[in-house]
Every structure is written in C-alpha cells, then in structure tokens.
Design a protein around this ligand. Structure first.
Ligand code: MN
Length: 320
C-alpha cells in the first residue's frame, strides 16, 4: 500500500478523469459533507466525478449542495478510472459500491479513523484530523479553492462540526478551528447548520423519553447503557444522538447505545471519556475512534448486552 500525504493525494486525484466517490453505509454528516466537498473541488479542477452510496442520504443532509446528485447503488456499471473511498476505515463499510466498478480499479482511501485497516492500494490517512471533511478543507486550501459557492463551504463545515460535536470533542484542534473559520469567512452561518441538524421531529423526542426511561447503570456507575428493543426500533427515527445523554452522567466513563435492528442483529455505539472503545469495537468486527466507536453483534439484544457489558467491564478493570 502506498501511504500518501495531502500533496500526493492531491496529485493522484488530479490524474483521474472519472473518479467514483463513495463513503460508508449509514452515512453521517462527515461522510456526506466530505464527499460533496471533494465532488465540487474536483469538478472545478475539470474532473468528472460521480458519487455513489449504498444507503439513503439522511434527511438532515439532503439540502446540502449537490446531495441530490448522490446515486444509490444499482446494476449500472460505472465507467471510472479511480475509486475514492472517504471516511471509511475498511472495505466492508462501503457495501455494494465495488460491484458498480471494474474489479481491478485502483482505490484511494481518504480517512481519519485510527481503526483504518489499510485495505486500499493508496491511502491518505490523518488520524489527527477531526473529520474527513477537515482533510478535504485542507485540500481546498492547498488548491486555493475560492468558495464562490457558499454551499461547498457549508457541506465541509457540516462534516467537520458533526464529527467534533460542534467543536467540543477532544479531536478538535487549532487546525480544525482555523479551517472552520475559513468556511465561516466563505459565508457559512453556524447557527443555520446547527439548527438544521439539532432540530428533531416531536416523535424523536418522545422516543428519546421512552429510551431514557430504560437507562441502566453498570460497573459501579462507570457504564451507562440505553437500548432500543426491536419493537421500538424505527429506521426512520434518528436515534444516534441519544447516546449524548448517558455520556454526560456524572461518574460515567462509557456510554452505550444498543439498537436491535433485527431479531439477531444488535448495533452497538459507544462513547467514552478516556477508555479506548475502538479497541472494544474491533473485537466484534467494528471500529471507529478512541472515544467514539461502534460494532454490530449478530445476537439478540439481551445477549449482545451481556457480551458488551462483560467486555467493557474487563476493559475498564484493565485500564485499556
Ligand atoms: Mn468521520
């Protein structure tokens, strides 16, 4: 595998005429924001990029500039000369996009996850970046992109802000803020972006009340857990943000959100103060960042809960 820095990745991107851009399934603000940002940068450079995601674009990101151009996975074979995988730490995370391009197509992975597996021929990995969108904002600076379209800046700002908890998480660095400041100079209104993302339908808040009423404390108050059983699971409701509430309970080291998405499939999200939860997630085929990670356990909710609580209690005891 060829490891690249900003300049090398920039050069490789420009050598491509018809790159296909893609991101991980269950795309978040960073995945969508980074991909849209790169799309507009490459278009301005004379490339003809195409965006494909093996999932739907969450409603809150659908009004970002160019979101309607993101294709769903289909039988179509794309005529491409490079596959750019953004914000995904391993191959399995991009779903069926590979089937839409030629088998031997070179892959450039642009990512910031410490759990990155090095699955691609070429990789620009920056684990100090708060977001993949921060890396794309750097690329924009490198190319002296002028943000004539405020929408391009807004996509990148959305990616950066959502991945660093609106500049509250430990991954927020002076560079994160400098690049975000550039995006504000380009006309982004931070309150508009945050209102759009934080505003929720009343059903979501009702569901939150329900889920919080089932709060459990474990490991002497160091683990707080909430769960969404199968009969309450609704893929249309965005419940990913629910984890912030157990996370801010006094004395809690790790917050866990369990979602039963099928009878034998439980999705696990973890947030920690110090514990390396990406190492815990990796044990179950997942990944993420030191303080924010997730995995999917092929077991019913109660069994998955027992398994993850045991692993977390051992990790806490070992000071992992
Ligand atoms: Mn990210």
């Amino acid at each position: 595998m060829v490891e690249m820095e900003l300049a090398g990745a920039a050069e490789r991107l420009l050598a491509s005429q018809k790159p296909v851009l893609t991101v991980h399934v269950s795309p978040d603000g960073d995945a969508i924001g980074a991909m849209l940002g790169l799309y507009w940068l490459l278009l301005e450079k004379g490339c003809r990029p195409v965006m494909v995601v093996d999932d739907s674009v969450p409603a809150v990101f659908q009004n970002l500039l160019g979101a309607e151009l993101i294709k769903p996975v289909s039988e179509e074979q794309l005529d491409a000369d490079l596959l750019v995988v953004l914000d995904a730490s391993d191959d399995g995370r991009i779903g069926r996009v590979r089937q839409m391009v030629a088998p031997g197509l070179p892959v450039l992975n642009i990512d910031h996850h410490v759990s990155n597996t090095g699955f691609s021929e070429m990789r620009w990995l920056d684990v100090r970046a708060a977001a993949t969108a921060e890396m794309i904002a750097q690329l924009a600076d490198y190319w002296q992109y002028d943000y004539a379209k405020t929408g391009v800046a807004e996509a990148l700002y959305t990616g950066i802000a959502t991945d660093c908890g609106f500049f509250r998480y430990a991954n927020t660095t002076p560079r994160t803020m400098r690049l975000a400041a550039r995006l504000l100079e380009a006309g982004v209104q931070p309150n508009v972006v945050s209102d759009r993302i934080e505003t929720q339908p009343v059903q979501t808040v009702s569901k939150l009340a329900n889920v919080l009423s089932g709060l459990e404390m474990h490991s002497d108050g160091r683990v707080a857990l909430i769960s969404i059983p199968l009969d309450q699971y609704d893929p249309e409701t965005d419940s990913d943000s629910f984890i912030r509430y157990p996370r801010y309970i006094e004395g809690v080291e790790v917050a866990v959100l369990l979602k039963s998405v099928a009878p034998d499939v439980t999705r696990v999200s973890m947030r920690s103060k110090e514990l390396d939860v990406s190492a815990v997630a990796l044990q179950y085929g997942g990944g993420g960042h030191k303080r924010a990670a997730g995995c999917t356990i092929p077991r019913p909710l109660d069994e998955a809960k027992a398994v993850i609580l045991k692993t977390l209690s051992e990790a806490i005891d070992n000071g992992l």
